[in-house]
Design a protein around this ligand. Structure first.
Ligand code: AMP
Length: 187
């Protein structure tokens, strides 16, 4: 089962992705986590990504696409994957299409968590990650709305977009997500 999840920073993607990964036995591949790991290990990719990532800007498409490609073709993705935080630009969406053609199958759903901006800002002030200062959060939200959200329309046109209300208890949100995935997996 191949799935995408996206939503603004602080929407609860990481938490929900973990639950999805466990229930459907597919690896959770988060580009944000991958970048943080490369940065921690000071790999060439991490060095290339460090400045953009820590100031809340997007890392370049070429660096990002190369990193995702490397991860997506590891053996543990044979039964599918949940991709979190990618694609975030039209160039990345195109690159993903090429990767999927080689991977052996399409994605069955693009889950979009919807959370109002003001709620996001409140939540992230408490998270305490180095890229969570108020200015950086606002910048990341602006990039999300300007650059990443239009990608949703591309998937809507393909009939893949599933909007999930990302407000309420974590369990309720997980329940909504599982119901949508199950409906599509059967379909
Ligand atoms: P996230 O944990 O998904 O909020 O990502 C943290 C940071 O990693 C972002 O602010 C970007 O700098 C970088 N990043 C993650 N995914 C991507 C992507 N698909 N394209 C470019 N930069 C990304």
């Amino acid at each position: 089962m191949r799935l995408l999840i996206f939503g603004p920073p602080g929407a609860g993607k990481g938490t929900q992705a973990q639950f999805i990964s466990e229930r459907y036995h597919i690896p959770h591949i988060s580009t944000g986590d991958l970048f943080r790991e490369h940065i921690r290990n000071s790999t060439p990719l991490g060095i290339a990504a460090k400045q953009a990532s820590e100031s809340g800007e997007l890392v370049s498409d070429s660096v990002t696409n190369a990193m995702v490609r490397e991860r997506l073709f590891k053996p543990d993705t044979a039964g599918g994957f949940l991709l979190d935080g990618f694609p975030r630009t039209p160039d990345q969406a195109e690159s993903l299409e090429e990767m999927l053609a080689e991977h052996g199958g399409p994605i069955i759903a693009v889950l979009r968590l919807k959370v109002p901006d003001e709620e996001i800002i409140g939540r992230l002030m408490y998270r305490g990650r180095t890229d969570d200062s108020e200015d950086t959060v606002r910048r990341r939200l602006r990039i999300y709305h300007d650059t990443t959200e239009p990608i949703a329309e591309y998937y809507r046109a393909k009939g893949l977009l599933v909007d999930i209300m990302g407000v309420g208890s974590i369990d309720d949100i997980t329940g909504r997500i599982f119901a949508e995935i199950d409906a599509r997996a059967k379909g």
